[in-house]
Design a protein around this ligand. Structure first.
Ligand code: ADP
Length: 333
């Protein structure tokens, strides 16, 4: 469980705006709910931006109250909608957004989103001095400065559910299944699903794929009496990779099928873990605004809520945990 940091109340904003941006993730709704209800509890007004940064750019903000976030805790996606907004990439547009927010009496912004959204949040904060708190909302878990992101746990569980089902068919038909999971070139979902799902191999993005070595491993498994295998493939830059690999393994005598999980991993009811994470981070975002903090992201480090400069989040790449790939291999043999 995460301890909520206790912060001094320096300056309570009159009004704040909440944005969900980029790819949606399960847990965005509990995060919205936590921000709205914590803020209202402190006497702060909350506005919601419609469709990510588009709502800020087009000044489409709607008042939020406790009722508007009722019955959303268990729902995937985001009730505020999300969007990609190219206009927000322009410094002049961001300056206009900050002016419009000032004009409306808005004194703080909470952005829930992935790497791109948090980069935009940092630029807005840095260029205009507007108080912005970012929350890591992405299934990919590829955000620097936090061990966990809102939506990752749900996506891993969705992947595992699929893998368990596919394993039944792989076993019955004595086949190899290559299961491609999402993760936007980062590989965190693939590693987690591979290890927890007992995959024979996990193929990560940007790693050289050695087909003869894969075949050798499958041959070895077969000799040990294992007639079906699962290989988890992380989505990468090549959309044909998984299908091509299945073809190559079949040519080498292993009946292989490709299964691409795709967007089913992005939706679904958030797990308890993601609801807890979203609720504590959302509440803490309001506390940080009241403590006059800005240009930071709130994440989790070693089990505690941690504030990380958004500059670091936007500029640094989160490394994959070491040793997990080997562990997955050892445990699957
Ligand atoms: P995610 O937040 O899931 O990584 P994107 O990368 O598509 O998704 O980013 C979402 C939105 O964040 C973009 O549509 C854009 O409005 C904003 N954004 C992304 N990158 C930048 C950037 N370098 N500068 C300013 N805004 C950005």
């Amino acid at each position: 469980m995460w301890n909520l940091p206790v912060l001094p109340r320096v300056r309570q904003p009159r009004r704040i705006v909440i944005v969900t941006s980029g790819g949606d993730s399960p847990g965005m709704n509990p995060a919205i709910r936590a921000v709205v209800r914590s803020a209202i509890h402190c006497g702060i007004e909350v506005l919601g931006s419609d469709r990510g940064y588009t709502g800020l750019v087009e000044d489409e903000l709607r008042p939020m109250n406790t009722a508007s976030v009722g019955n959303i805790l268990h729902r995937g996606g985001t009730v505020l909608k999300s969007d990609r907004c190219d206009a927000f990439r322009e410094p002049t547009v961001r300056a206009r957004v900050a002016q419009a927010l000032h004009k409306r009496g808005v004194e703080g912004l909470v952005v829930i989103g992935g790497d791109g959204s948090l980069t935009g949040a940092h630029l807005l904060a840095e260029e205009t001095g507007f108080p912005v708190i970012g929350l890591p909302g992405t299934i990919d878990n590829d955000i620097y400065g936090t061990d966990d992101t809102i939506g990752f746990d749900t996506a891993v569980n969705t992947g595992l559910e699929a893998i368990d089902r596919i394993r039944d068919t792989a076993h019955s038909h004595e086949r190899v299944f290559l299961v491609e999971v999402m993760g936007r070139s980062s590989g965190f979902i693939a590693l987690a699903v591979g290890l927890a799902g007992g995959a024979e191999s996990v193929l990560l993005p940007d790693c050289r794929i050695d087909v003869p070595e894969l075949v050798q491993r499958l041959n070895l498994s077969k000799r040990r009496g294992k007639n079906s295998s699962l290989i988890v493939v992380a989505e990468g830059h090549d959309p044909q990779l998984t299908a091509r690999l299945a073809g190559q393994l079949t040519e080498h005598g292993h009946q292989a099928r490709a299964c691409i999980l795709g967007h089913i991993q992005r939706g679904g009811s958030p797990t308890g873990h993601d609801r807890l994470l979203a609720s504590t981070l959302g509440a803490s975002a309001v506390d940080h605004l009241c403590a006059d903090k800005g240009d930071i992201m709130l994440g989790v480090q070693a089990g505690c809520i941690a504030a990380v400069p958004l500059r670091d989040v936007a500029g640094l790449r989160k490394p994959l945990p070491t040793g997990i790939l080997d562990l997955a291999r050892i445990l699957a043999t």
